[in-house]
Design a protein around this ligand. Sequence first.
Ligand code: FMN
Length: 192
Amino acid sequence: MLEGRRSTREFGSRPLNTAQLARVAWAAQGRTADGRRTCPSAHALYPLTLTVVAGNMDDLAAGAYRYDAERQVLTLVAEGDHRDRVAATTLADHAWLRRAAALLLLSGDVDAAARHFADQPPLGQRGPRYVWLEAGHAGQNIYLQATEAGLGAVLVAGFDDERLLGLRPAVVPSGQHPLALFGLGHPAGGQG
Ligand SMILES: Cc1cc2nc3c(=O)[nH]c(=O)nc-3n(C[C@H](O)[C@H](O)[C@H](O)COP(=O)(O)O)c2cc1C
C-alpha cells in the first residue's frame, strides 16, 4: 500500500461514498476496540479534532461536520457547501482543491497540550511539538486509508492561518489551531 501512496490533485466528479469517508475519518482519529485511537498520542491526550467539509457526497448533505472520535459519528456544525471558502484560504491551491469531494481539516488544542507538558523541556514547546507530530501521524493514516480504498488524497499544509481561523467555529473549532488540510475524493480518470 505504501508503494501506491501518492498525492492526488485532480479529482473526478463522482460523489464520494459516505462509508468511505467515514472509514477515512476513523483512520485519522477513530476509536479502536481497546478504547484508544488509530493514531498515537503523547500521554493519550488526544488533542486533535477532525472537521469534514463535505461537498460532493452520495448520501450526506453538504456541510461542515465534526468527527466525534468516541462515538464515531459526524455531527453537522454548519449547513451548505463550504469547500470553496476553505480552499480559498490556501496559499496557491484554491483552483483544484475546491473540486475535491470533501476537505478534511485536522486542528488541535495547542494551548491545552502546552499546559499538559509545561514541566517538560523545552519549556512551553514540548506540548505544541507533540500536537504537530500527532497531526503527522493522523495525516499519514488518511493517506493510507485513501490509498487502500482507491481514493485520492492530498495534504495541503500551505494555508493562511488567519484566513482559516476566520472560519471559526464551523471549520476550525473555537480554541483550536489549524494544523493540516486534506483534499479527498475519487481521482480523475477511470470512473471519476
Ligand atoms: C508538510 C507538507 C506540506 C504540504 N503542503 C502541500 C500544499 O500546500 N499543497 C500541495 O499541493 N501539496 C502539499 N504537500 C504534498 C507534497 O507536495 C507531496 O507530498 C510531494 O510533492 C510528494 O508527492 P507524493 O505525496 O505524491 O509522494 C505537502 C506535503 C507535506 C509533507
